[in-house]
Ligand binder design. Structure first.
Ligand code: EPZ
Length: 415
């Protein structure tokens, strides 16, 4: 969709089933290219990043069929080594094909990835670690040319990069010996990838800790259900809090959201936790003090913009500190246009609660920034228009219909 039209002021109420995780399914799709076999994935989200990744896999020769949230893939024929640059440039996760194709073929020609513009998004952690494992890496004309299967050994990530951890786990599937990734990311999506790889026969341990070890093993197809999307859940919860609503979310793992839930409770919301469900009842919002993002199990950077939008009318001042990405306040001008009082300086942003927000015409900048604009528009008095709303299609499936299920007054135009 190109443009959203929202009439704010309606408290969101109702029940939603959380979709499968974008950041879990993308590395698992890349893994399907690394392993010769047949795979059946369920709970796959209907989002554009999955569409683009499936188009990349098709271009490499991986066959697949899709029925709703179920995906069947067949990668028994050796894939090509050069993904389509026009597609790879649309999302960051295309870089995960590097590790997958090195494992499968011992070579890969990967265009530099695209995705949300969140400041510099280098690949030095991925590439340096692969070189330490003996992979030859050249970067020419916007493409990475990599040769050689990784040898066994230990690599240390100076920062727990999610993508670098995933790329190394995938490359290690074809390594000549055991690979240990120290300083690994601990996100739940890493554990979901590990669960999938283990189902494929991988000998893997330590996923979810800062030391992941993968040893060579014969690999085969598998059946796997994709992890629920904790970021989609966080987005709905922030929308419920911002509009003074009452939401029930089902089909999720509340334990993966604790930093978000704790902040919403500190801000005055009531949160009831079930085994696979959550119920949020919004109260009069007050500032929780500060929001500092960090690698898991810290407060997730992808929930920073939605949480900021939720706290625009919270009494008091909230200090945000974004420690993961350098440029993740691109949503702030749009929130200011709706009457928010936000000052930014580098990684810091101070939000001073206002009594009311007003509808405005704004332009979306990235996936989670666009979600923040929707949340603010839902809480604002009057009409808002959000252009370049296609950013939402990347990570939120069936977005408008699901918003309407919660009582939101929203119309989509264009595509
Ligand atoms: C993944 O991106 C997610 N994307 C992001 O979600 C998420 O925000 C991020 O992890 C952090 O949790 C997917 O899983 C598809 P990183 P990724 O490598 O892997 C720096 C969303 O909204 N860095 O952990 O790219 C980097 O610049 C998206 O769903 C290097 O310096 O994140 C950033 O500052 C947005 N060198 C920090 O590390 C490198 O080689 C974290 O990046 C790699 C990363």
């Amino acid at each position: 969709m190109e443009r959203l039209h929202i009439t704010g002021g309606v408290p969101l109420r109702g029940t939603l089933a959380v979709q499968g995780s974008k950041n879990a399914v993308l590395p698992i799709l890349a893994a399907a290219a690394a392993i010769p076999g047949r795979f059946a994935l369920s709970n796959c989200p209907s989002i554009r990043d999955v569409d683009v990744t499936l188009a990349l896999l098709k271009g490499l020769g991986v066959r697949w069929t899709r029925r709703g949230g179920c995906l069947e893939l067949d990668s028994r024929e050796a894939p090509g080594s050069a993904p389509d640059p026009a597609l790879a440039g649309q999302l960051r996760a295309s870089v995960l094909l590097l590790g997958a194709l090195l494992a499968r073929l011992g070579r890969a020609e990967i265009p530099l990835p695209g995705g949300c513009v969140l400041g510099a998004r280098p690949l030095d952690l991925h590439l340096r670690a692969l070189e330490e494992l003996g992979v030859r890496v050249q970067c020419e004309a916007g493409r990475l040319f990599c040769r050689g299967r990784p040898r066994g050994g230990s690599v240390l990530l100076r920062y727990p990069s999610v993508g670098a951890t995933e790329n190394l786990m995938l490359a290690a599937l074809g390594a000549a010996g055991p690979v240990r990734v120290l300083g690994a990311a601990r996100e739940p999506e890493i554990r979901d990838l590990a669960d999938f790889l283990t189902a494929c026969g991988a000998r893997l341990r330590g996923a979810g800790s800062s030391c992941v070890e993968i040893s060579p093993a014969p690999l085969h197809g598998a059946v796997h259900r994709i992890l629920p999307d904790r970021m989609e859940a966080a987005t709905w919860l922030c929308a419920g809090a911002a509009t003074g609503g009452c939401l029930t979310l089902t089909g999720l793992r509340p334990g993966h959201l604790e930093p978000v839930l704790a902040l919403l409770e500190q801000a005055g919301c009531r949160v009831q936790r079930g085994a696979n469900a959550l119920r949020l009842t919004a109260g009069p919002l007050r500032s929780p003090g500060s929001v500092v993002t960090g690698p898991y199990p810290g407060f997730p950077t992808d929930a920073q913009a939605p949480m900021m939008a939720a706290l625009l009318r919270a009494e008091g001042c909230t200090l945000f500190r974004e420690t993961v990405f350098e440029g993740r306040y691109r949503h702030v001008p749009a929130l200011r246009a709706m009457g928010a009082q936000i000052e930014t300086a580098g990684s810091l942003a101070r939000v001073r609660g206002v009594k009311a927000l007003r509808g405005a015409a704004v332009r979306a900048t990235d996936l989670r920034g666009a979600a923040a604009m929707v949340i603010a528009a839902l809480a604002a008095r009057g009409e808002s228009a959000i252009t370049e709303a296609r950013h939402l299609d990347r990570g939120y499936g069936d977005f408008v219909r699901r918003l309407r299920c919660l009582g939101a007054l929203v119309e989509a135009e264009g595509g």
